[in-house]
Design a protein around this ligand. Structure first.
Ligand SMILES: Cc1ncc(COP(=O)(O)O)c(C=O)c1O
Length: 493
């Protein structure tokens, strides 16, 4: 296929050029009705592309024209059998994957470092999750890869799992051995579903880890907005058939309609069409640039006193994970200093680290500002480590063991609940998820017993006023929803 085309961009442009008397939604009438407060700052041109379904611009939910063509070009680029534009982020792709793979009463294996959208998929589908734990990388206190051994063991114990859902690369860029894992899944007739939200760029440079589709995944989702140039929320889902789970794969198109808007944004979809074009035309150079910039900064930061960067052949080298604990700084403190004092915005922080996502759209100046800020922080801290000793070894509790699953997330979600003080939650069965954010990985799912270890872990984030999804409307976790005592709690006990 001719990757030089951008069919959706052309179709919307053609519509605009007819200079239509416009009586459709959206009501802002191409570029005329947007608040001047906004257009004074950003201009008007882009708003003309915020259109809707017309005979020229096709329909995402029944694509027969420009959108269908744009999706086929996407498939061809990623060597997928079928690809879909997503306008509700990878979130809706993960939901649709899980919803399609396993329904009520069926089992699905889920990596426990899955993004909270996996839980949403479980609530929608009613499937019984069996969890597989990722390794912990002690030196960086983060969850790493899901090993092939863990997956094999999981299937030996649960050969009836319909699919495995895992995240690779992780937020931190850690990749799992998907080739071996795909073989294991397929030998059990199970689908490999990969949340590749952070990995849409892996396919364009040999120095990057292998992409999920190349490794043998049956389905993957990619947030094209995270690193590959599309607008926020714009993601894609790809299918590649391996002769397993065919009925489930067929359900995906239908289930995407369940989780996506009936008014998909043409700005988002056009941004996907154009991002695909750029990757096809310039993907290698784009990744070369990102890799070069990241390597440059990593090497410099490694040589700064008290700073170190994560390395490993399993790492997406465009991610820079930085720790300054040797000069007494937690990741949280470092992120705050970088943001407030140097206007250097990191993607996230945890107790140990900060994370920089480097893309082709960064410039050397960005890298120099990051490096210079780290050097300055290191210099300022020289000789003051004791007074600045915010970091304390083992202060952040280790990842807790898997909580006991009392009932499926869906059953718990729809059960009667009561609200109790957080201090009284130990031993109760959660009626909600609790996920420190970012990275948005639930520590407790609805239907799981809140053990003392889980409580202690969450309490650490709560006490420190960290951002928690599942907190009260005031942003704190003073109260928590647990299952009412009258709810019959029999499953898996
Ligand atoms: C691993 C992972 N999966 C899925 C998502 C959701 O992606 P989106 O923001 O595109 O909905 C995120 C968001 O950060 C994520 O980190």
């Amino acid at each position: 296929m001719n990757q030089n085309q951008t069919p959706l961009l052309e179709a919307v442009t053609e519509l605009i050029e007819t200079n239509p008397a416009y009586f459709r939604i959206p009501g802002h009438r191409l570029d005329k009705g947007i608040s001047p407060r906004w257009t004074d700052k950003v201009g008007t041109a882009v708003f003309a592309y915020d259109v809707t379904e017309t005979p020229l611009t096709d329909d995402l939910h029944s694509p027969e024209g420009a959108i269908g063509e744009a999706q086929r070009l996407l498939s061809a680029l990623y060597k997928a059998d079928q690809s879909f534009f997503l306008v509700n982020g990878s979130t809706c792709g993960n939901e649709a994957m899980i919803l399609s793979a396993a329904c009520e009463g069926e089992k699905i294996m889920v990596a426990r470092n899955a993004h909270k959208s996996a839980l949403m998929g479980l609530i929608l589908s009613g499937a019984e999750p069996v969890y597989v734990l990722p390794e912990v990388i002690d030196a960086w206190a983060i969850q790493g890869a899901v090993t092939a051994e863990a997956v094999r063991k999981g299937f030996e114990q649960n050969p009836d799992c319909k699919a495995l859902f895992l995240v690779s690369p992780s937020y931190y860029g850690v990749c799992s051995d998907l080739e071996t894992i795909a073989e294991i899944c397929h030998s059990y007739g199970a689908l490999l579903l990969v949340d590749e939200a952070h990995g849409g760029h892996l396919y364009f440079h040999e120095q990057l880890p292998v992409g999920a589709l190349e490794a043998g995944a049956d389905v993957c989702v990619q947030s094209m907005h995270k690193v590959t140039g599309a607008l926020t929320q714009s993601s894609v889902l790809h299918i590649r058939h391996h002769g397993v789970g065919e009925a489930a794969l067929e359900r995906i198109a239908q289930n995407l309609q369940l989780v996506q808007s009936t008014s998909p944004s043409y700005l988002l979809m056009t941004s996907l069409d154009c991002a695909r074009y750029e990757l096809a035309a310039n993907g290698k150079e784009m990744m070369e640039k990102a890799l070069g910039l990241a390597e440059y900064a990593r090497n410099k930061i490694q040589s700064i006193a008290g700073f170190r960067c994560m390395e490993g052949e399993w790492l997406d080298q465009t991610r820079i994970v930085i720790s300054a604990r040797d000069i007494g700084l937690t990741g949280y403190a470092l992120e705050k200093m970088l943001f407030e004092e140097y206007a250097v915005n990191m993607e996230l922080a945890d107790y140990e680290n900060v994370l920089a996502i480097v893309t082709y759209a960064n410039e050397m100046e960005d890298m120099d500002r990051l490096v210079a800020a780290c050097m300055d922080i290191s210099r300022r801290s020289a000789g003051q480590a004791a007074s600045q000793a915010l970091y304390q070894k083992n202060a952040c509790p280790p990842f807790p063991q898997l909580p006991q699953q009392v009932m499926t997330p869906r059953r718990a979600y729809f059960s009667d609940t009561e609200t109790v003080r957080w201090q009284e939650a130990i031993g109760r069965t959660a009626g909600q998820m609790i996920a420190p954010y970012p990275p948005g990985i639930p520590v407790i799912y609805p239907g799981e017993r809140i053990s003392k270890a889980v409580w202690d872990y969450i309490e650490w984030f709560r006490r420190d006023k960290k951002h928690i999804h599942g907190a009260d409307s005031n942003g704190r976790l003073d109260w928590v929803k647990v299952l009412a005592k009258s709810t019959k709690q029999t499953y898996n006990t």
